[in-house]
Design a protein around this ligand. Sequence first.
Ligand code: URA
Length: 246
Amino acid sequence: MERLDKFLSDAGVASRRELKALLKTGVVQVNGRPMIDGAVKLDPAHDTVLLRGEPVEAPRRVVLLLHKPAGFVTSTDDPRDRTVMELIPPRYLRQGVVPVGRLDKETEGLLLLTNDGELAHRLISPRHGVEKRYYARHAGTAGEEDVAAFAAGLTLRDGTLCRPALLRPLGPGESEITVTEGKYHQVRRMMASRSMTVTYLRREQEGTLSLDGLPCGETRELSEAEIALLVREKANSSAPAPQGEG
Ligand code: URA
C-alpha cells in the first residue's frame, strides 16, 4: 500500500507540492471516485487511478526500441535540432526514458531508450561490447583488402585503433559492417580510412535485437523477456576493453 500523492509523483504526474493543488481540483479518481486527499492509501497492483479520465501507470522499468529517422539528434534537449525525444509517445516520456548511447544526426536505425539508469550504464559500458550491425551505402566498392583490414583492426586517420570488425561487401557501393564498440562517428570514420565515404548509414541490429520491420520513426516497447536477454548478453560478452572513448 502506498500514498496516492507518492504514487502520482513517482509516476511523473507532478511534484508532491504541485499535487496538493491538483488533487483539490478533483481531476484524480481512484476506482471511479474523485479523490482529493493525497494521504489516502492505495494498492497500485489492484486500484485504478485516473487523471482527467486517463489511466496513470505505476512507475516501472521501460526499455524502448526506436527506429530513428535521419535528421534527429540523439539528445534530450537541443537548441537547434529536433531530438529523438520528439518521436517518443508522451506516456513513455512521462516514465522518464532517455537514449542509451547515440546515433549520429544523419544515421538511421535501432536506438534504445530506457528509464533504468543502471541498465543504461551497463548497456553502454565499453567493456561489454555487444555486436552492432550497420548497413551502409558509400563511395567506391569494398574489396578483399578492405575486409582484411577491418578484420585486423583498423587505424583511423587520426591514429585511433579499432577492435577487429566485420566488413561484408554487398555489391557496388553497399556494405554491411559489424562492430563491437561505439566510438564517435565510428563506422563513417572506419569506412573513410579505406577511402569509402559513407552516404547513408542505418543500424539494423544490436545483439539479439533488430529493427525487424519496425517502420522508421516508430517505437516498440521491449518485453521483460527481451530485456532479460539483453542483460544476459551483456554479462556474457567477453570483448576486451577498447581504446579511446568506446
Ligand atoms: N557509426 C557512425 O559513424 N555513426 C553512427 O551513428 C553510428 C556508428
